[in-house]
Design a protein around this ligand. Structure first.
Ligand code: GUN
Length: 293
C-alpha cells in the first residue's frame, strides 16, 4: 500500500502558489484576496474557516474574515454578499456551509456573482463543470482529481465508484471524472443511501471514493484487491486517550482497507488538505480572470 499524501502534496502546491504571489508583488501588483463569510459558531465550520484563513497567510493572499452573528437575517446576509460582489479588492469569496436553519442556503449561493464564486457552488459553475467548460470547480472534487493526477494514477477507462451524492462532492466529482479530458475519461458509478447491494458495486471499483459522512463505513470486504481508495470523510469520534476527548476518522476503515488497497488517502492529511489548496487555486484563477474573461 502507498499513501496518497495530501499533506505533502498540499505543501508543494502551496509553495508554487506562494512563488507566483511573490512574483506578482515584485511586479507591483496587489496580492490576491479571498473573503470568507461564516454565520454563527458551528465548531467544525470554525475549524475549516481558521484553516482557510491560515492557508491564505501561508501563500501571501490577503484574507478577509466576515464572521456574522447566528441570528443575522436573510436580508442582512444578502447585503454582505452584495457588498463583496461589488468590492473590486476582493477576487473571490465563500459562504461557509452549513448555514443556520432560518437561512435559505441555495438562494444565498445563487446571489454570489459566478465570477467570484471560488467555492464553485453557484449553478453557473456547477453547470459549466458538468459541461466540461472553464469553471470554478468545487474544491473537494478538484482536489481529488488533482491528487490522482499528481500521483500518476490513471483514470482513463477505469471504473470509479463514488459512494455519496452530495452537491459539493459526489455529484460534481462524477461530472468531472466522466469528461472527455485528460485526468478524466472514467466510467463512473454514483452510489448512495438507497443503493441496493452496495458492496457488490464497490467491489468493482478500480478507484473507490468514500464521501458518505459516516465513520469507517467502507470496510475491507467492500474493496477489491489493489484498488485505489480515496477517503473524503472527516468524522469526529470519541477517544478518551486524547486530551481533546475525540479524534478524526474518515469514511474508510483505514487499517483493514490499507491491507487491500494499492493506494489510500489518510484522514487527516489526505483529501482535506487538497480541498483548501483548490480554494486557493480558484482564488488565483479569479484574480487572473482566467475563468470568466
Ligand atoms: N462546508 C463543507 N465543505 C465546504 C466547502 O468546501 N465550502 C463551504 N463554503 N462550506 C463547506
Amino acid at each position: 500500500m502507498q499513501l496518497l499524501d495530501g499533506k505533502k502534496l498540499a505543501a508543494e502546491i502551496k509553495a508554487e502558489i506562494k512563488a507566483e504571489v511573490e512574483e506578482l508583488l515584485r511586479q507591483g501588483r496587489r496580492a490576491p484576496a479571498l473573503a470568507v463569510i461564516m454565520v454563527g459558531n458551528n465548531p467544525a465550520s470554525a475549524t475549516y474557516v481558521r484553516n482557510k484563513i491560515r492557508s491564505c497567510e501561508q501563500v501571501g493572499f490577503r484574507s478577509v474574515d466576515r464572521h456574522l452573528p447566528e441570528d443575522i437575517t436573510q436580508e442582512q446576509l444578502l447585503g454582505v454578499v452584495d457588498e463583496l460582489n461589488r468590492d473590486p479588492e476582493i477576487d473571490g469569496f465563500i459562504v461557509q456551509l452549513p448555514l443556520p436553519e432560518h437561512l435559505d442556503e441555495q438562494l444565498i449561493i445563487e446571489h454570489i456573482r459566478p465570477e467570484k464564486d471560488v467555492d464553485g457552488f453557484h449553478p453557473m459553475n456547477i453547470g459549466r463543470t458538468l459541461l466540461g467548460l472553464p469553471a470554478f470547480n468545487p474544491a473537494t472534487p478538484r482536489g481529488i482529481v488533482d491528487m490522482l493526477q499528481r500521483y500518476g494514477i490513471e483514470t482513463s477507462g477505469k471504473h470509479v465508484v463514488i459512494v455519496g451524492r452530495s452537491n459539493i462532492v459526489g455529484k460534481p466529482l462524477a461530472a468531472m471524472l466522466v469528461q472527455k479530458a485528460e485526468g478524466a475519461n472514467a466510467t463512473v458509478t454514483v452510489c448512495h443511501s438507497r443503493t441496493k447491494n452496495l458492496s457488490e458495486i464497490t467491489l468493482q471499483a478500480d478507484i473507490l471514493v468514500a464521501a458518505i459522512g459516516r465513520p469507517r463505513f467502507i470496510t475491507a470486504d467492500m474493496v477489491k484487491q489493489g484498488a485505489v481508495v480515496v477517503d473524503v470523510g472527516i468524522n469526529s469520534v470519541p477517544d478518551s486517550s486524547r486530551k481533546s476527548g475525540y479524534r478524526l476518522v474518515g469514511d474508510v476503515d483505514f487499517e483493514a482497507v490499507s491491507e487491500k488497497a494499492s493506494w489510500i488517502s489518510p484522514v487527516p492529511g489526505g483529501v482535506g488538505q487538497m480541498t483548501v489548496v483548490s480554494l486557493l487555486e480558484n482564488t488565483l484563477l479569479a484574480y487572473k480572470k482566467q475563468i470568466y474573461k
